[in-house]
Design a protein around this ligand. Structure first.
Ligand SMILES: *Cc1c(COP(=O)(O)O)cnc(C)c1O
Length: 464
């Protein structure tokens, strides 16, 4: 079989790939020194449904949807076919001065399904970017520039939530509050105002999630009051602060925040890059509170997890604020691959699947299985909290299983859980000491059972 016979028996094909990789690649979000001794490096050859298949033939259940991007499974044939067909026709064209069918159709369809509130100026225009962080930059610049065009030059601050995350570029980092990603770059970042998170995990004794949301909203109201006339927008992740540890809040917060933005003349930016497209149970998380933002950021699942693409949806009145005879007043932002036809074609195929497969109804069933499998974890000694929003389940691990005593960071509990799960053929990627499930929607009840077994073992081993 192949030339393997001529190599020393111990060096596998996967080993060869690892050394070729480490000779030339610098991986994202990784202390490269930990590869491959502390942190395994797994060469993947292909994907199939919820499975990733390694070059050594080992199969891994992708319980994190490949960084929250994948919706319907890997190499989904309908999306793959749509991309192939588009590639044979038009792969890319400049979107300034030119137009193409996938970009127009996708915009029409996104606007038709976007959150809408009766009586509010609806989301009416789509601006494309090519990744989530770039989408956030677009929304922030639009909000600032819109007020600037109105002559409201004092409105130049952004309000964001504590423990929020909006991406890694400098503008997005400035409104993020996850210290691990932010701290080093703090001297470079524009100043933002941070309001307390409505995170239900932070509820004090006797407080319901709705009470906790109310308390956080009161603090937001005070902040907006103190900075009256200085704030252009509030940016938040509706329902789940994902990178901040899958922390969840009561939808009531979104309704309070919407009302406060209106009262203070501040735009609301909903970052649904991770929560959009059915992840939290509804198509968009905003819909659980019946609210509509002024700017909506989408990416990750937008293309079903096939290609990078972001869309920023804006209201008609924001759009109108840029119309003028001067170029200065126009939104001159662009990316080379803005509205790439292949990515738009993938997104259209993904939206088709939502319709033909009745995905949201199917997800309700799957989320029910996840809930039943997750419930017993609350009894494990180190599990302080089990929480769920639709297709996301999180387990918060603490030293004593109470809600306030974290493990010492040096114990690397998350890393140990990661390695244990990987050994069992499951990809979990804990956020600190928070283990979570965010599987592709095609995950089967049997696969979920495997996931639950592996997670239980991983938690017990990591926390021991
Ligand atoms: C992932 C994420 C981003 C950044 O998207 P990238 O494509 O990784 O740049 C922004 N906001 C939220 C809420 C995210 O989860």
């Amino acid at each position: 079989m192949r030339e393997d016979l001529h190599r020393p028996a111990m060096i596998t094909d996967a080993d060869q790939w690892r050394s070729r990789d480490l000779a030339v690649l610098w991986h994202p979000c990784t202390q490269m020194r930990e590869h491959p001794g502390t942190l395994p490096l797994v060469p993947i050859e292909r994907g199939e449904g919820a499975w990733l298949i390694g070059r050594d033939g080992r199969r891994y259940l992708d319980a994190v949807s490949s960084w929250w991007t994948n919706l319907f499974g890997h190499a989904e044939p309908r999306i793959a076919a749509a991309i192939a067909a588009q590639a044979g026709q038009l792969e890319q064209v400049i979107l300034a001065g030119f137009s193409h069918q996938p970009a127009v159709e996708l915009a029409e369809r996104l606007l038709a399904i976007a959150p809408r509130e009766t009586g509010r100026d609806p989301l009416a225009k789509v601006f494309y970017a090519d990744n989530g962080s770039a989408g956030v930059e677009v929304a922030l610049k639009m909000a600032f520039h819109w007020f600037h065009n109105r002559g409201e030059h004092r409105r130049r601050k952004f309000v964001a939530l504590e423990n929020g995350y909006h991406g890694e570029t400098l503008g997005a980092l400035a409104v993020g509050d996850v210290p691990l990603y932010r701290r080093v770059y703090a001297p470079l970042l524009a100043e933002a105002l941070f309001a307390p998170s409505p995170d239900s995990f932070l509820a004090v004794e006797g407080e319901s999630p709705a009470d906790c949301a109310r308390r956080a909203a009161d603090a937001l109201g005070e902040l907006l009051e103190r900075h009256a006339g200085e704030v252009c927008a509030l940016i938040l992740e509706p329902r789940v602060q994902c990178a901040g540890g899958m922390r969840m809040h009561d939808p009531a917060y979104l309704a309070h925040a919407r009302a406060l933005c209106d009262a203070h003349g501040v735009l609301m930016i909903a970052d649904e890059i991770a929560t959009g497209f059915g992840r939290t149970g509804s198509l968009f998380a905003c819909q659980q509170a019946g609210i509509q933002p002024d700017l909506l950021c989408l990416s990750k699942g937008l293309t079903g997890g096939f290609l990078p693409l972001a869309a920023v949806l804006a209201t008609q009145s924001i759009y109108d604020g840029f119309l003028d005879d001067s170029r200065e007043r126009a939104f001159l932002h662009s990316h080379s691959y803005t509205g790439n036809p292949l990515a738009c074609a993938a997104a259209l195929a993904s939206l088709d699947i939502f319709e033909t497969d009745d995905v949201l109804a199917h997800n309700i069933e799957t989320a029910g299985h996840m809930a039943r499998l997750a419930a017993p974890f609350a009894e494990l000694p180190h599990v302080a909290d089990v929480r769920q929003a639709g297709m996301i389940v999180a387990f918060e691990l603490t030293r004593d299983g109470d809600r306030r005593t974290p493990f010492e960071a040096s114990r690397r509990v998350g890393l140990r859980a990661y390695r244990s799960a990987l050994d069992q053929g499951v990809v979990l990627r804990p956020l600190g000491d928070i283990v979570y499930w965010m599987p592709p929607y095609c995950v089967t009840p049997q696969q979920l059972e495997l996931l639950a077994d592996a997670t239980r073992t991983a938690i017990l081993e990591a926390a021991a």
